[in-house]
Design a protein around this ligand. Structure first.
Ligand SMILES: C[S@@+](CC[C@H](N)C(=O)[O-])C[C@H]1O[C@@H](n2cnc3c(N)ncnc32)[C@H](O)[C@@H]1O
Length: 280
């Protein structure tokens, strides 16, 4: 019913409910990602959690399962890795909401062609940064109304000759987005503040700072309730400008796999998923 209302309100957009690739086609990525997860015994660094603003977005019911094997069913990470490999020669990946780095690390390990940028209000999890080589840090003042009460930073790391950046800042801080000016991302995963206002704001920042590459795909996690409406709003506002070719809304396992109910995921892209060739 809500889908029908949204469809009526937002210009007849009818997202597809099934991706054009099956669990079988994701087998290689599922295998790679489970292997990557086995490299880390414990995602929780107690000191970092004690310093955090809100426990890296890991509530207790997730924390108790965060280190458990996630099962063999596809997750959003398997889909992201598959898309990054199938459609992009040089994936330039932005994750908004990195948390302890579970999804981020799987993309980092799983696609050697990818450069990655993470954006989170929490400091980079030491479990993740211990695998990277820090090259430089810039910082700036965090707006006083932010829940983050120390300076914001953009850290540049190396990982096996690849550049990895991590911006520790508040999504609501305009200034933080301006630090990404000049970059072009072709895969964006939005998984930070799960509010309808925040995902609209993020999208406006991606547009304002011209951060989307010519060919791009965007994935949102947890599109439930009013979040779904923001998803439709984004499509309605930007469909023409970006010439969207694919729109999906479906459920798939998330960061703790089979230990919680599947997440509602939204995807848009300005290229067709039936197109075989890779390009940046
Ligand atoms: C659900 S977790 C991300 C999970 C991660 N993408 C994964 O799949 O492994 C959400 C993250 O968003 C971050 N976050 C929440 N509010 C934020 C804000 N205002 N600015 C930046 N990051 C924020 C939290 O710190 C948390 O780490």
């Amino acid at each position: 019913m809500i889908d029908l209302i949204n469809k009526w309100l937002f210009g007849g957009v009818q997202p597809k409910k099934k991706l054009p690739f099956s669990a079988d086609q994701l087998t290689a990525e599922i295998k790679t990602n489970r292997k990557t997860l086995n490299l880390v015994d414990n995602w929780v660094d107690d000191d970092a959690f004690a310093r955090s603003w809100f426990n890296y977005g890991v509530p207790d019911y997730i924390k108790k399962d965060i280190n458990r094997a996630i099962g063999e069913d596809p997750t959003y990470t398997d889909i992201l890795l598959y898309v990054s490999k199938k459609y992009f020669e040089k994936p330039a990946y932005l994750e908004i909401g990195v948390s302890v780095g579970k999804n981020f690390f799987q993309i980092l390990e799983g696609n050697p062609a990818a450069t990655l940028t993470g954006f989170d209000i929490e400091d980079i999890n030491p479990v993740l940064s211990s695998r990277l080589i820090l090259e430089s840090t810039t910082d700036w003042d965090t707006p006083p109304d932010s829940i983050k009460k120390n300076p914001s930073t953009l850290k540049t790391f190396r990982f096996q000759n690849r550049k990895v950046q991590y911006m520790c800042a508040d999504v609501w801080d305009y200034n933080s987005w301006s630090k990404l000016n000049g970059k072009k991302f072709n895969i964006v995963f939005s998984d930070a503040l799960h509010t309808p206002e925040a995902i609209l704001f993020e999208f406006e920042m991606l547009v304002k700072y011209n951060l989307l590459d010519e060919k791009f795909v965007i994935v949102w996690d947890d599109l439930v309730g009013k979040m779904k409406r923001s998803f439709y709003q984004i499509i309605k506002r930007y469909n023409k400008a970006f010439g969207l070719k694919e729109i999906y809304l479906f459920n798939v396992n998330g960061w703790i796999g089979e230990h919680e109910t599947p997440h509602a995921i939204g995807i848009i892209s300005n290229f067709s998923f039936s197109h075989e060739g890779r390009s940046h």
